[in-house]
Design a protein. Sequence first.
Length: 235
Amino acid sequence: MRQDLCALLRGNSYPGRGILLGRSGDNAVIAYFIMGRSENSRNRIFEETADGIRTRAFDESKMTDPSLIIYHPVRRLESGVTIVTNGDQTDTVYEGLSRGLTFEQSLRSREFEPDGPNYTPRISGLVHIQEAGFAYWLSILKSNDGDPSCCNRYTFSYDSPAAGEGRFIHTYMHDGNPLPSFQGEPKKVAIQGDIHSFAGMLWESLNEENKVSLFVRYIDIATGRYETRILNKNQ
């Protein structure tokens, strides 16, 4: 059963960072958002690059530790592949695919973030547009219920996605201390509307205090042409 994405987001004050992949009509859909509790995490914006987007400090004078918050969340290959992740593993996947590795193989060299006691999961997604249609993959690398001696690795693949449907994965089940990692399969959710209405719905559903930035992209499955919307709390 498709869940109500608005209700999921409104019912969770701190899902952390989230990836949604799916389909709306004739478009593949990608959405990625970041949230923050600390001043350092909240001091960010998304900005476009030649092949995707990057995070950047909104106020450089307030940046204290860029190690886990400054990265390229989205990068695109000429082969029709778009990568989206919650960390610098975007570059790991990009380089791996360029060398002929698969999505899953590329991530074998990575694990959860070294930010104990949270050990934030690394979540990653890949969308591949091709002549026969499109498919997408999601991955999560996380500690073993908070035990950093073991990395649990899960990959989910979706062929010929149904219109009006997507899969949603995020880093944390809810707010807490330490923050509890996402559990289970990516959630099946409904996707409706054009990029403007969908992005607006997502942005309004995120917790006002904790939301930082949102990226949404619609890719025409037939042509590969895409449209992007970026919303930043810091303007």
